[in-house]
Design a binder for this molecule. Structure first.
Ligand code: PGA
Length: 255
């Protein structure tokens, strides 16, 4: 982290977990544990939980986000949710391009770019996920691949909109597996992402970009990962469903 230059952001990704009732219970458990956070705290919850969780979190420092959005405002797109719908509810953060969307639901670099652009144009903050599969790391193409994902996703993002983008480096082999990238690996690729942003928008813009690490970040390894220069926060899956673990990660980012 380099808090002098850029905000530290810890975001929970609840994935497809928690009914509305369970979600309210979970957010109510998390609230007091992160009330003193000296970093930005976000919870990205299932669409059907947004309304009740927004209500439950209204008196807290937790920002509530969605886990995906479409690129059109409205239309014949069965099962999709638009940025306009989200902002109308008061939701102004959304994850785009998570590897589970790319792997299981056909999101591509092109559709991720469209989703990110639509979210940002709607005034939202987009958390753009990028990262390599294990075979790609073994082939030695991680840096090029991640740089390409970033370049395609940002191609329609104007310089003045860059403050609405957070990038999450999530090596796919580390997500939900208990395998974490080493702090050095995470820092190296987050550094590649920062250099890519610098190439597109200049060094000052890159210095202000929050770049998270995600992939089995937990209460035990968060401090070491967050101590790295280019790791400005975390996108947390499994551990975000455990209030004490999530709070420990928030505390590590609050140092
Ligand atoms: P994990 O998930 O923390 O459970 O590995 C991270 C993510 O998918 O964002």
């Amino acid at each position: 982290m380099n808090k002098a230059l850029r905000p530290a952001v810890i975001a929970g990704n609840w994935k497809m977990n928690k009914t509305p009732g369970e979600a309210v219970q979970l957010i109510n458990e998390i609230k007091p544990l992160v009330a003193d956070a000296a970093c930005t705290v976000i919870a990205c919850v299932p669409f059907v939980d947004l309304q009740v969780v927004l209500g439950a979190a209204a008196d807290s420092n937790i920002r509530i986000g969605a886990q995906n959005c479409h690129f059109e405002d409205h239309g014949a797109f069965t099962g999709e949710i638009s940025p306009a719908m989200l902002t109308a509810m008061g939701v102004n953060v959304v994850i785009v391009g998570h590897s589970e969307r790319r792997t299981y639901f056909g999101d591509t670099d092109e559709t991720v770019a469209k989703r990110l652009t639509a979210a940002v144009n709607a005034g939202m903050t987009g958390i753009l996920c990028v990262g390599e599969y294990l075979e790609q790391r073994q082939q030695g193409i991680t840096d090029e691949l991640v740089a390409m994902q970033v370049k395609i996703a940002l191609k329609e993002i104007k310089p003045e909109q860059l403050g609405q983008v957070i990038i999450a480096y999530e090596p796919v082999w580390a997500i939900g597996t208990g395998l974490t990238a080493t702090a050095e690996q995470a820092n190296q690729v987050c550094g590649v992402i920062r250099a890519t942003v610098a190439g597109l928008y200049g060094q000052a813009a890159a210095d202000h970009m929050t770049i998270q690490y995600g992939g089995s970040m937990n209460a035990g390894n968060a401090a070491e990962l967050l101590a790295m220069e280019h790791v400005d926060g975390g996108l947390i899956g499994g551990a975000s469903l455990k209030p004490n673990d999530f709070a420990a990660i928030v505390a590590a980012a609050s140092k």
